[in-house]
Design a protein around this ligand. Sequence first.
Ligand code: HEC
Length: 120
Amino acid sequence: MKVLGLRLLLVLLCGCCLACGDNTDWASKGPTGEQYPQAELSLGEAVYIDTCSACHGRNGSGNFGPELVGKGHKYSYDEQRNLVEWGRRSMPGFGASLTDAEIDAVVAYIRVGFFDKSAD
Ligand code: HEC
């Protein structure tokens, strides 16, 4: 009984690690439900290429920083926007170097623009 309990605990722990770790294929989840004007997505793309692509890859597939495509399903809009504004661990914050409109636009771009082929 004791051994069985321990095994169950291990299975639960492993399951939890998998769920918490980032083995999820976020990209396959597609864009989030929000809609943004094309002009905002275009601005977001320009900001992204200039400011984010060195660390996150030109197409958001990751480099020094993690993959971003589809992560709008992992974070709410506000969570993601705060992360970009204030940074987190080795991700710098951009609240001082980008305007509010530029941050809005780049967040729109990483949430839906990555999937919008017409924005290319
Ligand atoms: C200097 C490199 C660098 C730059 C430039 C950079 N990031 Fe990051 N970013 C990171 C790193 C490293 C992380 C992981 C942070 C952590 O471990 O908590 C990250 C994490 C993120 C996350 C969370 C991803 C996840 O799956 O948890 C988002 C969203 C994000 N960055 C967006 C952006 C945006 C948008 C820009 C441009 C405005 C940008 N980043 C610019 C390095 C960078």
